[in-house]
Design a protein around this ligand. Structure first.
Ligand SMILES: NC(=O)c1ccc[n+]([C@@H]2O[C@H](COP(=O)([O-])OP(=O)(O)OC[C@H]3O[C@@H](n4cnc5c(N)ncnc54)[C@H](OP(=O)(O)O)[C@@H]3O)[C@@H](O)[C@H]2O)c1
Length: 289
């Protein structure tokens, strides 16, 4: 029985990256659909779940990707609604690598900063797919999170959604257009830059001047760095008294988490992997390193 991954992508062109990772994880056939909308999911998922019965169902799984994590969540909900009791297949949501990248960043930070009510983190570019999931995972850990965006309404939207998903979340929205970015990293122990590729969000000087800052993680792999002075390959590099990671310093763990999640889909037919589950998996993967 061949392992088949049905990839439902919310973007017009299904992600090549997600396809390559799936093949490298041992998926034998990829069925890639682009521009998928929630109303199309039921029939696509029925095609996956009614063709193979019983124990063979675990050889088919569904991966949801694309650059819009909110629409991705709607696809995930529609897929779950399409199931009939045990007649189901495993599901994974990872829009733009959001859950796997966020899990890698937060698990990495956790190695150096004790998470708890005293910990404060700033997430720059906190409104993208990756940033939103970083905020959610940190909030789940009890960390106080400042969500930064150019537009306050976008940061407010993320805070609202995270508060709905995480009971007791301590998240506050901030606009980088109305406040100085440097002030957003004052008094914080952790900063994670999850901004768009090739955009510097915090200068090296502002980072160096943040006296409370212990750990700085930049997820942007395209020069210039999102956090000034951090190098792409930095992996627990000590700079200016701070522990620093560049995008490639986190990327290895991200790939391991992504592959572990795909492999998990084919162990049983009833797995649903979203932010919480992928974060738990991330901790397991990191503990084995
Ligand atoms: N290291 C890895 O393994 C790995 C894996 C996947 C992704 N990534 C990287 O992680 C980062 C986040 O990915 P993503 O898909 O979530 O990013 P994204 O959606 O492209 O951008 C994230 C946020 O950046 C802000 N932004 C966009 N253009 C900007 C500009 N010109 N100036 C200032 N801010 C701007 C936007 O926030 P506002 O509009 O709200 O300000 C946006 O929501 C990217 O750099 C991506 O390449 C790394």
């Amino acid at each position: 029985m061949k392992n088949i991954l049905l990839c439902l992508d919310t973007d017009p062109q299904p992600s090549v990256f997600d396809g390559v990772v799936a093949i490298d994880t041992g998926v034998e056939h990829l069925f890639q659909h682009g521009g998928v909308t929630p109303d199309q999911v039921r029939d696509l998922v029925h095609g996956a779940m009614f063709t193979r019965g019983g124990n063979a169902l675990k050889h088919t799984a569904v991966f949801i990707g694309g650059s819009d994590v909110q629409v991705g969540e709607q696809l995930l909900a529609a897929a779950q609604k399409a199931f009939f009791g045990p007649v189901r297949v495993s599901l994974m949501l990872d829009s733009n690598g959001s859950n796997t990248t966020a899990a890698a960043a937060v698990v990495t930070a956790r190695r150096h900063v004790p998470f708890g009510p005293e910990t404060i983190a700033t997430i720059l570019g906190g409104t993208g797919p990756v940033g939103q999931r970083v905020v959610r995972m940190l909030a789940q850990e009890g960390v106080e999170v400042r969500v930064a965006s150019r537009r306050i309404s976008r940061a407010e939207g993320v805070c609202h959604r995270v508060s709905q998903a995480v009971s007791g979340a301590r998240v506050t929205p901030h606009s980088t257009e109305s406040s100085d970015v440097a002030s957003l990293v004052e008094g914080v122990q952790l900063v994670i830059a999850a901004g768009a590729a090739g955009i510097e969000l915090l200068s090296a000087e502002a980072r160096q001047n943040a006296s409370s800052l212990q750990v700085a993680i930049d997820l942007n792999a395209v020069p210039p760095a999102g956090l000034g002075g951090i190098e792409l390959h930095d992996k627990a590099a000590e700079r200016d008294g701070q522990i620093c990671y560049g995008a490639l310093g986190v990327g290895g763990l991200k790939m391991k988490i992504h592959k572990a999640a795909i492999a998990r889909l084919f162990q049983t037919n009833d797995v649903v992997l979203d932010a919480d589950e992928i974060y738990v998996l991330g901790k397991e993967v990191a503990s084995q390193q």
